[in-house]
Design a protein around this ligand. Sequence first.
Ligand SMILES: [Fe+2]
Length: 204
Amino acid sequence: MPVQEDGLLLLLYKQVPTMQTSHTASTLSRQPALLSVTTEGYETFFVRLMDIVRHQPIDQALGQRIQSYVTDWLASHTLADFATTSTTSYVRNYLGRCPETHWEAILMSWQQGNTTAIHSHPQFAGYFFADGVFEVEIFEPVEENKVRLAKRVRVNEPTAFFAIGDAERFDNHIHRITCLSDRGHSLHVYSDDALQGKTYLLSE
Ligand SMILES: [Fe+2]
């Protein structure tokens, strides 16, 4: 459902009812407050990113090439196009989505207090914290849909890292990100639709 906020048309991902049992994890696509918009003008960035990943095995070498490319791009580009934030959700600006490879790149705009669900990822997930202060909590699975905290990291400066998990699964690298500063930006590269990432509850 489209909503108007801060002068920009934001596309709110509609909750799509799916056949689920009580044993099946929910996904990020079912987060009702998640705000996503497609931002034009970044085709060159994304085409070059696809030239790097297309027909390549997902391994550490590919992760390093993606990391170098995105880090260099962030160092030479302003993020002034991504000033819109929301009190209800971090704002996901799609820079590109590839129907052939299924890879996607998303620039996220944050304000203090914005937080993700505890969620997991497709096989490759690359993170580039461009500005701002963030907390990244990493979790380990305990039982179906339940996780416990394994590690908490504070990001105080531009930081890049990536995680590689199992292919054709969306339960890799479970984490939660929270923005601690007034504003912040991060750029994310995924090997498949991140909204298919599962969401989890904290174990008692
Ligand atoms: Fe994530």
